[in-house]
Design a protein around this ligand. Structure first.
Ligand code: FRU
Length: 466
């Protein structure tokens, strides 16, 4: 636990010490969100209020390890240029002694209210409190303390509140692990955001048609889209099945119908949100234009981070680009927000055999590729995208093992939309029908995109810069 003054002083010292390394680091994204120093993980408290997008994030400002988390805070008018504000929630109280963990935001009577998990660890075991705080217009926070404590029948792993309003009531979903070590999403109802009634399990491993489906579910998010109720969550402990569930932990969704009278949720099968190497803990918000926007963490928990090439510059991890969600044929589609088009310049358009396309600078760029299958796109010496009759294979040279690893999407590729920002790539296939997000660390002397193959392709390329 920290005293506020002491915490802020430590943050400032950490920033001052890191400044020079950070600026010189080629791998720093140009327009994706990353922390000013230290470790960033989940996006938290996404909300659009009075023309400002607020993005809070899990932050350890003191090292590149998952330590005791605070909520970093950024705002933006256009989802492209972000301004850092003072950290919103810092671990000061006993009920959050081991971190202000993930949560969400809701606007009530023109004020932003924050829900988060107070994480408390003991010598043996842990507990969790779901806490409420008010965000003042100057960015400071007034903590109201815990409003939900650990329900009976669950371990200390109950966290990540996502709050929404329906009719006269508020609802919250929480990621949970029951005492039989099964991952669940539980939910509560309240009329005032302070007194909550437990409604039971909304979904989970060994429930609603799921067999064994993981020992813990993290970061749930529930929202209404095109007449359906979509539940996002991150199950841990699934076994890899051919090309599915290829990462250590998953992030995905089910589509269904929520019945607020019977407090029950009928849903379909689990689908992964992103097939790339680095994607976890996504959160969504509805903005003032009515768009459902998703931002994810381009990283994964519990991975061997010690070899991450940016650590020596004092920072680690970044967010995905903001993506608009739509529902199409029983699937969530994700597309980069239109605002990102404002970053485009130096457009080049060409139609030719892949082999004849000259190479382009990779640094921060965007491409739309259409054409026959059977071509490859190479980014420096560490990323290879192969388009063939099966679909698309994303290959990456692992920075720790130096061996190649791959992720596959199967289908007929009509259009490939690529966003590159120094050390990240996001592939949007067929208008966002499938997405693959990954970090990569190229040799800084070789930062070109090159094409290979006999296929006839149509390419549009832009440089991206702020
Ligand atoms: C997901 C997660 C959350 C938790 C937070 C802690 O990455 O483990 O469940 O609240 O990160 O930083």
């Amino acid at each position: 636990m920290y005293k506020k003054e002491q915490y802020y002083q430590k943050v400032i010292t950490s920033l001052l010490n890191g400044m020079n390394f950070l600026e010189a680091d080629y791998y720093r994204p140009q327009w994706h969100v990353s922390a000013p120093i230290g470790l960033l993980n989940d996006p938290n408290g996404l909300v659009h209020h009075k023309g400002n997008y607020h993005l809070f994030y899990q932050w350890n400002p003191f090292s590149c390890e998952h330590g005791i988390k605070a909520w970093g805070h950024m705002i933006s008018k256009d989802l492209v240029s972000w301004k850092h504000l003072f950290p919103a929630l810092i671990p000061e109280e006993e009920y959050e002694s081991h971190g202000c963990y993930s949560g969400s935001a809701i606007v009530v009577n023109d004020q932003i209210k924050l829900f988060y998990t107070g994480n408390v660890k003991f010598k043996k075991g842990r507990t969790a409190y779901q806490c409420l705080a008010l965000l003042n217009s100057d960015g400071s926070v007034q903590k109201l303390g815990p409003v939900i404590s650990l329900p009976k029948g669950y371990t200390g792993h109950v966290r990540d509140p996502k709050v929404w309003r329906y009719g006269e009531n508020y609802y919250v979903v929480l990621g949970a692990q029951d005492i039989h070590k099964q991952g669940k999403v539980i939910w509560y109802r309240s009329s005032d955001l302070e007194n909550w009634i437990f409604l039971g399990e909304l979904a989970g491993s060994r429930l609603n048609g799921f067999g064994d489906f993981g020992y813990m579910w993290e970061c749930p998010d529930l929202f209404h889209l095109k007449g359906k109720d979509v539940l996002l969550f991150c199950p841990q402990g699934l076994t890899k099945q051919y090309e599915c569930f290829a990462n250590l932990f998953q992030a995905g969704y089910v589509i269904g119908k929520l019945n607020y009278q019977t407090n029950s949720y009928q849903h379909g099968a689990f689908q992964e949100l992103d097939l790339g190497f680095d994607f976890y803990a996504p959160q969504t918000m509805e903005d003032e234009q009515g768009r459902r926007i998703l931002i994810g963490w381009m990283g994964l928990p519990d991975e061997n981070e010690a070899y991450h090439p940016t650590i020596k510059s004092g920072w680690i991890h970044q967010m995905t680009c903001p993506r608009v969600l739509t529902l199409n044929n029983g699937k969530l589609c994700q597309q980069p927000v239109d605002e990102l088009k404002n970053l485009r310049s130096d457009k080049i358009e060409s139609s030719s055999i892949a082999n004849d396309i000259p190479s382009f600078p990779m640094i921060s760029s965007e491409m739309i590729v259409k054409g026959e299958a059977n071509y490859q796109i190479k980014l420096s010496d560490v990323i290879l995208i192969e388009v063939n009759n099966i679909g698309l294979i994303l290959k990456r040279k692992n920075w720790r093992t130096h061996s190649w690893e791959s992720r596959t999407w199967q289908g007929t590729l009509d259009e490939l939309h690529v966003l590159i920002d120094r050390s990240s790539i996001e592939l949007f296939i067929n208008n966002g029908d499938a997405v693959l997000s990954s970090r990569f660390f190229s040799n800084k002397e070789s930062t070109n995109i090159s094409f290979n193959g006999e296929a006839m392709i149509h390419l549009i390329y832009w440089k991206l810069s702020k």
